[in-house]
Design a protein around this ligand. Structure first.
Ligand SMILES: [Ca+2]
Length: 272
């Protein structure tokens, strides 16, 4: 009897020991969790503050737009639309740059931010599914063979008169990681004329990135010693309109702007 008792008490002791170990592990993981949660809170609270500021800014923005809409009937509709587009771009731009980390993207109009690595990878990471939506991931105007053309207006850096300019997309590659980006090669050509009336046809290769979630292409000449020197180009398509684009030309380092160009899709790749 006593042997059986001792075996059973040994078992009980073993069992108790196991549960103690289990409890200790749980306690440790709870402590970890608590630390983790307080760490998260530290990360989230400034973001909530930033979101409140953003909401305030957006409300103000919307209020101004309402004001502008009320006046719309009395003003030039074209100018009004341009202004609206510019403002919406600005709001959109703020939205995308308001994540705590530069390697993150905001999930549309949500406060949620996800790593750029999770963009357009076939799995929904944003609760609202924004990271996998067609409008977020599609290459849109980035089709090899597409030609955008229009007029460039220089207000600094060079003394060119307004001149025709075109951007021909040569190659579009999807990188293995960051599915919202495309590596783009293109050719810029222009017929410039300086103050002295001297005309010149220039053409140079460029390379850069298109970010599908914000419809923006940024590129630089392949040769920094080419006809326009080491200028940077940033082109933005209006959301939902792949045919019209506004490009800014300037110095990347100083952010000094030299020229703007308004271009429209002149030759579609499908029209071969
Ligand atoms: Ca994803």
């Amino acid at each position: 009897g006593s042997t059986r008792m001792s075996i059973s008490s040994q078992r009980r002791a073993k069992k108790m020991w196991r549960s103690l170990v289990f409890l200790a592990v749980v306690a440790v993981s709870y402590a970890d969790e608590e630390q983790h949660i307080s760490g998260l809170r530290g990360a989230i609270e400034p973001r909530l503050g930033a979101s409140a500021l953003r909401i305030g800014r957006l409300s103000k923005e919307i209020e101004q737009m309402h004001g502008a809409l009320n006046k719309a009937s009395k003003i030039d509709p074209r100018g009004f639309l341009n202004e609206m587009h510019a403002r919406l771009h600005e709001v959109e731009e703020n939205r995308h740059h308001s994540c705590p980390n530069r390697r993150q993207a905001r999930c549309g109009y949500s406060v949620e931010c996800i790593s750029l690595l999770f963009m357009c990878d076939g799995k929904k990471d944003c609760h609202n599914g924004w990271d996998e939506e067609d409008s977020t991931c599609r290459a849109g105007p980035m089709v090899a063979g597409n030609v955008f053309s229009g007029t460039a207006h220089w207000f600094s850096c060079r003394t060119f008169k307004d001149h025709p300019v075109s951007l021909r997309i040569v190659a579009v590659l999807r990188p293995k990681i960051v599915g919202s980006h495309r590596v783009v090669r293109a050719v810029v050509s222009a017929d410039v004329e300086d103050d002295g009336g001297e005309k010149q046809h220039i053409e140079f290769g460029v390379k850069g990135y298109y970010v599908s979630s914000i419809h923006r292409l940024a590129f630089k000449p392949v040769d920094p010693h080419g006809p326009l020197g080491a200028k940077a180009f940033v082109c933005r398509w209006n959301r939902g309109d792949d045919d019209r684009v506004t490009c800014k030309i300037g110095y990347e380092a100083s952010l000094h702007e030299c020229a703007t160009a308004h271009l429209t899709l002149e030759h579609h790749a499908d029209e071969h």
